[in-house]
Design a protein around this ligand. Structure first.
Ligand code: ZN
Length: 142
Protein backbone atom coordinates (compact mmCIF):
# COMPACT_ATOMS: atom_id res chain seq x y z
CA UNK A 1 0.00 0.00 0.00
CA UNK A 2 2.99 2.26 0.51
CA UNK A 3 3.06 5.40 2.59
CA UNK A 4 0.12 7.70 3.23
CA UNK A 5 -0.23 10.84 1.18
CA UNK A 6 0.92 14.10 2.72
CA UNK A 7 -1.42 17.08 2.94
CA UNK A 8 0.57 18.73 0.21
CA UNK A 9 0.06 15.79 -2.11
CA UNK A 10 -3.65 15.84 -1.38
CA UNK A 11 -3.79 19.55 -2.24
CA UNK A 12 -1.90 18.87 -5.46
CA UNK A 13 -4.53 16.24 -6.23
CA UNK A 14 -7.27 18.73 -5.44
CA UNK A 15 -5.98 21.23 -7.96
CA UNK A 16 -5.27 18.45 -10.43
CA UNK A 17 -1.57 19.16 -10.42
CA UNK A 18 -1.07 15.44 -9.91
CA UNK A 19 -2.93 12.73 -11.74
CA UNK A 20 -5.59 10.95 -9.66
CA UNK A 21 -3.86 8.90 -6.99
CA UNK A 22 -5.08 5.35 -6.68
CA UNK A 23 -3.85 5.30 -3.04
CA UNK A 24 -6.74 7.60 -2.08
CA UNK A 25 -9.20 5.00 -3.32
CA UNK A 26 -7.50 2.14 -1.51
CA UNK A 27 -6.59 3.75 1.83
CA UNK A 28 -9.44 4.56 4.21
CA UNK A 29 -7.47 7.16 6.15
CA UNK A 30 -6.34 9.08 3.08
CA UNK A 31 -9.77 8.77 1.51
CA UNK A 32 -11.32 10.37 4.56
CA UNK A 33 -8.79 13.22 4.52
CA UNK A 34 -9.34 13.61 0.78
CA UNK A 35 -13.11 13.84 1.19
CA UNK A 36 -12.75 16.35 4.02
CA UNK A 37 -10.53 18.45 1.77
CA UNK A 38 -13.09 18.28 -1.05
CA UNK A 39 -15.88 19.31 1.34
CA UNK A 40 -13.77 22.25 2.57
CA UNK A 41 -13.16 23.44 -0.96
CA UNK A 42 -16.84 23.06 -1.78
CA UNK A 43 -17.67 25.22 1.22
CA UNK A 44 -15.09 27.83 0.24
CA UNK A 45 -16.50 28.23 -3.27
CA UNK A 46 -19.26 30.81 -3.17
CA UNK A 47 -22.61 29.60 -4.41
CA UNK A 48 -23.21 30.29 -8.07
CA UNK A 49 -26.80 31.32 -7.49
CA UNK A 50 -26.94 35.08 -7.86
CA UNK A 51 -29.85 36.73 -6.10
CA UNK A 52 -32.40 38.33 -8.41
CA UNK A 53 -32.21 41.68 -6.59
CA UNK A 54 -28.48 41.89 -7.24
CA UNK A 55 -29.03 41.36 -10.97
CA UNK A 56 -31.81 43.94 -11.06
CA UNK A 57 -29.69 46.42 -9.13
CA UNK A 58 -26.73 45.79 -11.43
CA UNK A 59 -28.85 46.27 -14.55
CA UNK A 60 -30.33 49.47 -13.12
CA UNK A 61 -26.84 50.83 -12.46
CA UNK A 62 -25.69 49.93 -15.99
CA UNK A 63 -28.67 51.78 -17.50
CA UNK A 64 -27.98 54.72 -15.21
CA UNK A 65 -24.39 54.92 -16.41
CA UNK A 66 -25.47 54.66 -20.06
CA UNK A 67 -27.96 57.47 -19.56
CA UNK A 68 -25.45 59.58 -17.71
CA UNK A 69 -22.82 59.18 -20.44
CA UNK A 70 -25.43 59.87 -23.11
CA UNK A 71 -26.48 63.02 -21.27
CA UNK A 72 -22.84 64.06 -21.06
CA UNK A 73 -22.41 63.59 -24.80
CA UNK A 74 -25.50 65.71 -25.44
CA UNK A 75 -24.31 68.45 -23.15
CA UNK A 76 -20.76 68.38 -24.51
CA UNK A 77 -21.71 68.47 -28.16
CA UNK A 78 -24.82 70.60 -28.56
CA UNK A 79 -23.75 71.63 -32.05
CA UNK A 80 -23.35 68.02 -33.09
CA UNK A 81 -26.72 67.16 -31.60
CA UNK A 82 -28.38 70.06 -33.41
CA UNK A 83 -26.71 69.02 -36.66
CA UNK A 84 -27.91 65.44 -36.18
CA UNK A 85 -31.47 66.64 -35.58
CA UNK A 86 -31.26 68.85 -38.67
CA UNK A 87 -30.05 65.94 -40.79
CA UNK A 88 -32.87 63.78 -39.47
CA UNK A 89 -35.47 66.47 -40.19
CA UNK A 90 -34.04 66.97 -43.67
CA UNK A 91 -34.18 63.22 -44.31
CA UNK A 92 -37.82 63.12 -43.19
CA UNK A 93 -38.62 66.17 -45.30
CA UNK A 94 -36.98 64.67 -48.39
CA UNK A 95 -38.63 61.28 -47.91
CA UNK A 96 -42.15 62.77 -47.83
CA UNK A 97 -43.49 62.53 -51.38
CA UNK A 98 -44.96 65.73 -52.79
CA UNK A 99 -47.84 65.58 -55.27
CA UNK A 100 -46.26 68.01 -57.73
CA UNK A 101 -42.90 66.22 -57.65
CA UNK A 102 -43.40 64.51 -61.02
CA UNK A 103 -44.42 67.72 -62.75
CA UNK A 104 -41.49 69.49 -61.20
CA UNK A 105 -39.16 66.75 -62.41
CA UNK A 106 -40.51 67.03 -65.96
CA UNK A 107 -40.19 70.80 -65.90
CA UNK A 108 -36.69 70.48 -64.57
CA UNK A 109 -35.79 67.99 -67.31
CA UNK A 110 -37.12 70.35 -69.97
CA UNK A 111 -35.29 73.23 -68.35
CA UNK A 112 -32.14 71.13 -68.16
CA UNK A 113 -32.09 70.30 -71.87
CA UNK A 114 -32.63 73.97 -72.66
CA UNK A 115 -29.91 74.97 -70.26
CA UNK A 116 -27.47 72.41 -71.68
CA UNK A 117 -28.26 73.63 -75.17
CA UNK A 118 -27.50 77.19 -74.13
CA UNK A 119 -24.30 76.17 -72.40
CA UNK A 120 -23.22 74.16 -75.42
CA UNK A 121 -23.78 77.08 -77.78
CA UNK A 122 -21.91 79.33 -75.35
CA UNK A 123 -18.95 76.95 -75.30
CA UNK A 124 -18.97 76.66 -79.07
CA UNK A 125 -19.00 80.40 -79.57
CA UNK A 126 -16.59 81.24 -76.78
CA UNK A 127 -13.43 79.99 -78.45
CA UNK A 128 -10.81 82.69 -78.34
CA UNK A 129 -9.78 84.03 -81.75
CA UNK A 130 -6.16 82.78 -81.50
CA UNK A 131 -7.37 79.16 -81.55
CA UNK A 132 -8.62 79.39 -85.14
CA UNK A 133 -5.13 79.22 -86.74
CA UNK A 134 -4.45 76.02 -84.79
CA UNK A 135 -7.48 74.38 -86.39
CA UNK A 136 -6.05 75.51 -89.69
CA UNK A 137 -2.78 73.70 -88.96
CA UNK A 138 -4.58 70.42 -88.23
CA UNK A 139 -6.60 70.66 -91.41
CA UNK A 140 -3.46 71.29 -93.49
CA UNK A 141 -1.71 68.19 -92.24
CA UNK A 142 -4.63 65.83 -92.96
ZN1 ZN B 1 -3.09 6.45 3.02
Amino acid sequence: MGRHLTDEELIDLLYEIKSPESHVERCEGCKERWERLLAKRQAAIPPLEIPEELLIEQRRRIYERIERSAARIWSLRPAGAVAAVCVMLLAVFLSVPRPDQEETALALAAGDSQLFGEIYSMVESSEPPPIQPIYGLFEERQ
